[in-house]
Design a protein. Structure first.
Lengths: 106, 358
């Protein structure tokens, strides 16, 4: 399983791409990733944004697993707690990768 | 029973009838009508926001009426995010400081910004009708951001990686920046996309810097012209979020242009990579124009260039205004304030030409 999270649009003019791939995680964390993705219900979510507010970030979350891929774009205000927890976890789990760049090139 | 999605608020007497009573009634009726008109105007402004945003009853509560004057309220999100705003009330107007630094900084920063708008620009709060200044701190877990949510300011704690922990309420330019997004919402309503969005961002940076200069009593030459000085975390080497003096130099990934030659025409396609069409990128161009005007005129920026920009935001721009609209409108504002062929008008024209807009 591979989870990629692109975040942008916030007060800080950067785009961050954070990736957690089961192949690069410990067995325990790979299982935790699978569980958190399941709890987040990402395969059932559709894009949600609502009204646009200055400096409020949005997230593109891509999950690849067993040949399936699902991608959603969510505004920060539309994040279910389980998705917020997944984003936080992916950004801190040992073995994750992260890229930083300016908007348009990040 | 589920809570209604939005809060209904209606008025029985139309404003024209109240105005007639105010004009023709006896002293007691006139006083009552004037108070109702004032409240109605305030409520209509709030109703517009409520309808635009589809607020819940709880969120609408943050907009409730109260006596005029400065009203600051700070809430604690206790590291929750999303729809829990505004959170738990921890400090209201006139309350003593708490043990929480972020709460006190948000309270004091709102105070400085309110005072700036009132004393310098003769504006009464965000809506010019003494709207309550609502701030929520400790939003999310290690949240590297602050934003304007449509009715209030929201501050994360910073993770230490991208933004220093506790930094978001520390710098007055960040607080004034977010509050000015609210002012823009109630004035020009600049659409948060591409050039109009970059103007929206730039006006917030302009006032962010002006409030900092006003608090520090700095002249244009003494100011650092930085937005969010010292807020960056360990993964973003640099000095600030943005430099109005030298766009593109504030930190390692700062890609702001200072001239139309380097304008980045990013799509507004709901892709987080593209920053709503580069609103935080291309704002470097109008930012630089303001810096050039302020330093050309010298002295205190809030007494010279600041009022020209504020007049433009409050009276001349609209939802889809572009850079050239802003340039022409600031020239017109300078003429109205200082006269044709005044040094101020010349400085404004020269600045927009320098950045390639005129």
């Amino acid at each position: 399983m591979r989870v990629s999270i692109v975040q942008g649009g916030g007060l800080v003019p950067i785009v961050t791409t954070t990736i957690a791939d089961s192949a690069s995680l410990s067995h325990e964390n790979a299982e935790a990733l699978r569980r958190k993705v399941e709890e987040a219900g990402l395969f059932g979510l559709s894009a949600a944004g609502g009204d646009r507010h200055p400096d409020r970030p949005s997230y593109e979350i891509t999950v690849e697993h067993d040949g399936r891929q699902n991608q959603v774009v969510l505004d920060d205000a539309a994040l279910p707690d389980a998705v917020r927890s997944l984003i936080s976890w992916v950004g801190s789990v040992p073995g994750h990768q992260q890229r930083i760049g300016p908007p348009g090139r990040g | 029973m589920t809570e209604p999605a939005t809060h209904p608020c209606c008025f029985i007497l139309p404003p024209i009838v109240l105005a007639q009573v105010a004009e023709e009634g006896n002293a007691r009726d006139r006083d009552a009508a004037l108070k109702t008109l004032a409240a109605s105007a305030s409520m209509r402004a709030r109703r517009t926001v409520v309808q635009q945003l589809g607020l819940t009853v709880a969120q609408f509560g943050a907009l409730r009426l109260a006596p005029p004057g400065e009203r600051r309220t700070v809430y604690d999100m206790k590291n929750r995010g999303g729809n829990g705003l505004p959170g738990t009330k921890v400090r209201g107007e006139g309350d003593p400081p708490t043990d929480d630094v972020a709460v006190n900084e948000a309270y004091d920063g709102a105070d400085h910004t309110y005072d700036f708008y009132k004393d310098v620009l003769d504006r009464s709060s965000i809506d010019d009708d003494d709207m309550e200044l609502v701030s929520s701190v400790h939003y999310g877990v290690d949240f590297d951001n602050a934003f304007w949510q449509g009715t209030q300011m929201v501050y994360g704690d910073g993770s230490g990686q991208f933004l220093a922990k506790g930094s978001l309420t520390r710098d007055i330019s960040v607080i004034a920046h977010e509050m000015t997004h609210g002012v823009t919402q109630f004035t020009a309503k600049l659409r948060y996309s591409k050039q109009s969005g970059a103007l929206n961002e730039s006006f917030s940076d302009v006032v962010g810097s002006l409030v900092k200069q006003w608090v520090n009593k700095e002249t244009a030459d003494q100011a650092d012209w930085l937005i969010g000085e010292g807020v960056l975390g360990e993964s973003l080497p640099g000095v600030a979020l943005r430099s109005m003096k030298d766009p593109g130099t504030a930190f390692e990934f700062d890609d702001q242009p200072a001239h139309m030659d380097a304008y980045q025409d990013l799509p507004d396609d709901n892709n987080p990579r593209n920053d709503n069409g580069g609103v935080h990128i291309n704002s470097g161009i109008p930012n630089k124009a303001f810096y050039l005007v302020a330093t050309a005129l010298g002295g205190h920026s809030w007494e010279s260039a600041g009022p020209i920009w504020y007049d433009t935001l409050a009276k001349k721009l609209s939802e889809n205004s572009q850079f050239t609209d802003a340039a022409e409108a600031t020239v017109a504002s300078a003429q109205e304030r200082y006269g044709e062929d005044s040094d101020e008008e010349k400085a404004v024209k020269s600045a927009w030409k320098s950045v390639g807009v005129l």
